[in-house]
Ligand binder design. Sequence first.
Ligand code: PEP
Ligand code: MG
Length: 585
Amino acid sequence: MSESFERRMKGMPVSPGIAVGCLRVEARGCSAPVTRNILPTEMEREWARFESALAKTEEELHSLKERVAHLSGATEAAIFDAHLLFLRDRTILSRLRKEFPARMQNIDAVYYAVVQNFMEIMRHVDDAYLRSRVTDIGDVLQRVLKNMAPPVAGVGTTSSPCGCDPYVLAAYDLTPSDTADLDPRTVLGFVTEVGSAVSHTAILARSLGIPAVVGVPHLVIDSRVGCQAVLDGYNGLLILNPTAETLAHYRELQAEKEKAYAALEQLKNLPAETLDGHRIRLAANVEFAHEYGAIRRSGAEGVGLYRTEFFLLGGGSLPDEDAQYEHYRNLVESCAPHEVIFRTLDSGGDKLPFEVLEEKEDNPFLGWRGIRVSLSRPEVFKEQLRAILRASAHGKVGVMFPMVSGITEVKEVHALLDECRAELRERSLPYDEHMRVGVMIEVPSAAMMSDVLARHVDFFSIGTNDLTQYTIAVDRVNFRVSGMFRPTHPGVIRMIRQTISAGIPTAICGEMGSDINLLPLLVGLGATELSVGTHLLPLIRFAIRNLRYDECKAMAEQSLLAEDSYTIRNLSQELARKSYPSLFS
Ligand code: PEP
Ligand code: MG
């Protein structure tokens, strides 16, 4: 396998854009060594380099063990026994013996890749003790890498040393926190081995405007640090060592796309209205406080979903009432005269934890999450409700609740809201008596009960990410079943229709709303509002302005009679392609 040839790896596009730069392979806590090709004559020397690093590490670990035993006792020192066992782990060593001649790369790069894959497997085992050992394995890996003498530069070197900035990031996986920490000025794009289009990592990538591709098999083990890479976030491609021709093609495409995007942004003051005069409110999904500028540039009519759980990023917690109020107030004032809809804390499951639980939940997606967390921590919940109510004195505000399953939770929430209003009156703090109150429809039982819920709230916002997950029982973040995650499943479409038929204003705030292929379907089903990421908003506005509502309605009626998700997707896509062909070229 010679890496000087162009190599294309296919994944799933989750955030549009093109990134061209040097590739950095990074796993949590340990960066990959630079990769270079080696000659068969170098193999023996490379292996010797590895053996001597193992021996040196072994010595270090033994002396560390002794020191710790002396200072703190045998129990603390026992940790190094685990390190020593791992150092000579037979699975790793036999995998390395197989990979090394197959890849013909410097031994530290191959060792790194093999151990990274092992660590990822460990991260997902059921046994909590084994999972907790991953950090130790990382420690040992780092130690061995450090103990390898620098590789001798050989022929066939294709990598540039990877201190380069900015770069394209390749990783096995990125958590939402990892993603939120990425600086778009440094990270041109990222690609991961696992992941799905509706994971929070993907949602954040779109928010940050970073091109991203997920689900590239064998990415970490097959990637080479420092080589030139093109990341195509439109088609889900990672191209290593692109030829001059490929590079020229992508530079041209990048320029074209940027021009087209700038042209779309020019339309920002025009309404999101179909050719036959059907008006849709087009608002923004927001996850970061610093998105004010992006909201304004996109021409969004306010915020349709503010994901307040992003306060928890990086291990943070919900700020106190006053700090939240300041934060919400800033957003409300900067979006005036439009409405900002705050979603109360949505933690747990695949999302950031509100607090670390002592016991591991067997089914976290069905467990302590969303509104259930808030209702079981009424004091914390009320602080957030009061902060939102207080912000409503400064502009148009709505509040909505995640993961509602039925009327009982809605009634509990109303009771707490009433208590909060009374407390604010007592403190002589102003709020808007008419602040709109809504629920997210993302649990099938809520969709089925939408006619009843509609009597108790002002609006619905359909979270198609979770509604799809729970309706067809497909984990939204499990890459093994990501091919089955189909929001056009007739079961999902019927629930959307049923919810809209309840007759109160209904928005779509899940990722389905930003898929230009599915826009005709959602408009035809009667959604009154769409809330999408700011980077995609200009595109969606353009698409809406090129649709005819009567055609969408007729197509949606036909879809409701369809038996499978492919037929429904094709019907919508056909109308989309006919209505705005330029977006598909
Ligand atoms: C959804 O579930 O569709 C949604 C918008 O909420 P989140 O993606 O934050 O779960
Ligand atoms: Mg959701």
